[in-house]
Design a protein around this ligand. Structure first.
Ligand SMILES: [Zn+2]
Length: 139
């Protein structure tokens, strides 16, 4: 980062560029993620089954490059989360989480060359969703 960027109040933290997509390659995306973003691991019923680890990215920092017409939606329980998966290969590479209405959640397992050691992991207790969400908002 250059000195001038450090003093720009609009970019307090640097951004990491990430790219990724589904298994068959139909769904592809890029996103800009602030350096201090944590990866959330969740134990709720659906994340536990899929091993989904969340990288939360603001809607405006995310660009879907391809695959919009391949995405299929699955909703359950409160219907607020919109689980999007590829209708060809079944992989959920990103989706609309209930916890962050203004953001997408990217599946870190679907990010190109993702190295978990470069990120800080935090637990999200999705089995006790309401309390977990309160704690998240407090931080
Ligand atoms: Zn696919």
């Amino acid at each position: 980062m250059s000195k001038s960027q450090e003093h720009n109040s609009n970019s307090v933290t640097a951004n990491k560029d990430v790219s990724g997509g589904c298994h068959c390659g139909a769904v592809r995306f890029v996103a800009k993620v602030p350096d201090d973003t944590v990866v959330l691991t969740c134990n709720c019923s659906i994340c536990a089954m899929t091993g989904f680890q969340h990288l939360i990215v603001k809607h405006e920092a995310f660009t879907l490059l391809s695959g919009e017409n391949q995405l299929t939606s699955y909703k359950f329980n409160t219907q607020q989360a919109n689980h999007l998966f590829c209708s060809i290969c079944s992989i959920k590479s990103y989706y609309q989480p209930r916890s962050h209405p203004d953001s997408w959640s990217i599946n870190t397992n679907c990010i190109d060359d993702f190295d978990v050691h470069n990120w800080r992991l935090e637990r999200f207790d999705g089995q006790n969703w309401e309390q977990a969400k309160e704690q998240l908002d407090d931080t």
